[in-house]
Design a protein around this ligand. Structure first.
Ligand code: FAD
Length: 292
């Protein structure tokens, strides 16, 4: 219930105005959002971690905003190390206006990224964007075979989706939004996650295992061994600010660990999704408001 309420709040303009203009301590936002993205990338890279960088922003409603987002992404590419990845949201590139616009904008970013040796991953957003997401991904993949895409395990067709994505770079996550017909019980989502993992690990693509859940991390590492993948054949992904000690531990064991680093001023919806994932964070959030 609380999760649903927080996700509803994440879509409310009024709540956004209230939260972003309240004396919210910088510490709460800073826990999840890089305030100096270059310094954060340099530190993570020095610590042996890979990065996927997200220039925050979503659901743009006019072409000028979508064009600004493209320019922001192009500027970002110039600042990244070669093995970096950039996570993009098609709704930031105009998907709500037209699929063709989002495709054209994503293609521009993919081309520039390829020239820099940087990969692109398309984030999965609200359920009403998922068909377009996969249609755009399929088109981009013809020119850029390494463009990645996200599958949300809470969607009941996630395993079939993984089968259709044979050979691709696929980030598997539980799913951070809500969707009609989606699994909501944690055990159902976890079972779906494992079904997807089996498909991806047994396939010929590149699985990106995006979870902080210790059981799923363990299952992924066991499946990697069983399917004969070495440490370069898949990667773990975790969010900036979430379980950093586990990120370091896995990297210390020789695993590839990529940290999702969001930055920018448009952090409201992202922060609300992080609070929804862990209602216990609300206490942290509330304390920071009171302690001002
Ligand atoms: P959970 O069961 O939620 O968490 C397991 C444990 O991790 C918790 O007990 C807690 O210790 C810790 N934890 C988890 N979340 C938090 C948090 N916010 N704050 C503090 N501790 C926490 N979702 C999408 O829908 N689309 C995407 O494109 C997408 N991309 C992602 C990219 C990456 C790299 C990652 C890691 C996640 C992404 N997600 C995305 C979010 C994902 O769907 C989940 O909502 C999120 O990862 C929490 O699920 P979990 O697998 O970590 O398991």
């Amino acid at each position: 219930m609380l999760r649903q309420a927080l996700l509803a709040v994440s879509r409310s303009d009024l709540a956004e105005r209230v939260v972003t203009t309240s004396p919210l301590t910088r510490d709460v936002v800073r826990r999840y959002v890089a305030d100096d993205v270059d310094a954060v990338i340099a530190r993570l890279t020095r610590d042996g971690l890979l990065v996927t960088v997200d220039h925050l922003g979503e659901d743009v409603t006019d072409r000028a905003q979508a064009e600004r987002s493209v320019q922001d992404h192009l500027a970002l590419l110039g600042r990244l190390p070669r093995d970096a990845d950039v996570s993009i949201k098609l709704t930031a590139l105009g998907l709500r206006l037209s699929e063709q616009l989002a495709l054209d904008n994503a293609a521009t970013i993919c081309e520039a990224a390829a020239a820099k040796g940087v990969t692109i991953t398309l984030d999965a957003e609200e359920h009403d964007t998922i068909l377009a997401l996969h249609s755009v991904h399929a088109t981009l993949r013809k020119e850029h075979p390494d463009v990645g895409v996200v599958v949300q395990a809470y969607l009941p067709d996630a395993r079939e989706r993984c089968e259709r994505l044979e050979g691709a770079r696929v980030r598997l996550c539980k799913g951070a939004y809500t969707a009609p017909g989606a699994y909501t019980a944690p055990a159902d989502i976890d079972r779906s996650f494992v079904r997807c993992l089996k498909v991806l690990m047994n396939g010929t693509g590149y699985p990106m295992v995006a979870t902080h859940d210790p059981r799923l991390v363990e299952i992924a590492s066991a499946l990697a061994v069983l399917t004969g993948r070495d440490a370069t054949g898949f990667e773990y992904q975790m969010l900036y600010g979430v379980r950093p000690a586990e990120q370091a531990r896995l990297a210390g064991l020789g695993a590839q660990v990529r940290v999702y680093v969001p930055y920018g001023t448009d952090w409201y919806a992202y922060l609300m999704r992080r609070l929804a994932e862990r209602p216990r964070n609300l206490a942290f959030f509330a304390r920071s408001l009171v302690s001002r």
